[in-house]
Design a protein around this ligand. Sequence first.
Ligand code: S3P
Length: 169
Amino acid sequence: MKKEQNIVLIGFMGVGKSVIALTLAEDFDYTLIETDALIEQRMNMPVSSIFARYGEEYFRRLETKELARLADIERAVVSTGGGAVLREENVAHLRKIGVVVLLTATPETIYERIYNDLNRPLLSGDMSIEGITALMDKRAAAYAAAADITIATDGKTVTKIAREIRESL
Ligand code: S3P
């Protein structure tokens, strides 16, 4: 890995971005940054309430602002929200921050991990394998285009996924 390169994790809800980011941050002694948490702190409300009260477009604008603010960070692992790659300007921000690692999982794996999670507003109307598949299909090209490295997470432990990422940097 290039010396002191930031790591940016992207991927669909439930691929494990947060937990993997935490592990990598500990491994490298880097700062952990969660863009959803930055947005929640700034708005002082959970992501689900931001969606409910102001809508997705508003949330996306906040997300873009937070990503832009991260341009100069160092020694950090950045865990993004699942929709962060949907705006091209966001992808430019992510690439500027560091190496972009895409985590993937099948819709079945995702469903197992998040079916009872209430803080996933985009799936609250259709929390099913079909709903996940449909949204994932819509986003597949955007994820692939943004990624420097892709790691499949199905059936792997956090330790193994983190090791694979470290080895591929
Ligand atoms: C979103 C994913 C969420 C959060 C918001 C929108 C998405 O983050 O940013 O609910 O569009 O996929 P996680 O991927 O951490 O669940």
